[in-house]
Design a protein around this ligand. Structure first.
Ligand code: FE
Length: 134
């Protein structure tokens, strides 16, 4: 049977994640812009979910958004993220979560590169675990 990532108790995440990762991924927080170590990462590889390891974004779709957060114009594979309407903070946004463990990742906006998908997945660096190509 597949591991029940969404059924894990809060205590599991408290132990597994750092305080900042927990605040972002379990409490839907946002890291400070330009604070994340992966904002300026240009290496080839795969960005996985820091909580469960699911493949989320490929370096091939990463682009410079100048937002201060790692930005991608597409997901690594269909069904690997889930989208949710988010009307908090007086804004109408679309939240992005990991489809496997439910962790909050960031938001997606429709001001991405027009010559690609037009989408901008604005993702917290601390929610991503980068695995460089060997
Ligand atoms: Fe996950």
């Amino acid at each position: 049977m597949a591991e029940d990532w969404k059924g894990k108790p809060d205590s599991y995440w408290r132990e597994k994640l750092t305080a900042e990762q927990y605040r972002v991924m379990r409490e839907k927080g946002t890291e400070a812009p330009w604070a994340g170590v992966l904002v300026d990462n240009h290496d080839d590889g795969m960005y996985r979910c820091m909580a469960c390891g699911q493949e989320l974004f490929s370096s091939e779709t990463k682009f410079e958004s100048n937002s201060g957060w790692p930005s991608f114009y597409d997901v690594a594979a269909e069904g690997h993220v889930e989208l949710h309407e988010d009307n908090t903070l007086g804004m109408k946004r679309t939240e992005v979560t990991c489809a496997r463990c439910g962790a909050h990742l960031g938001h997606v906006f429709d001001d991405g590169p027009a010559d690609k998908t037009g989408q901008r997945y604005c993702i917290n660096s601390c929610a991503l675990d980068f695995e460089g190509k060997k």
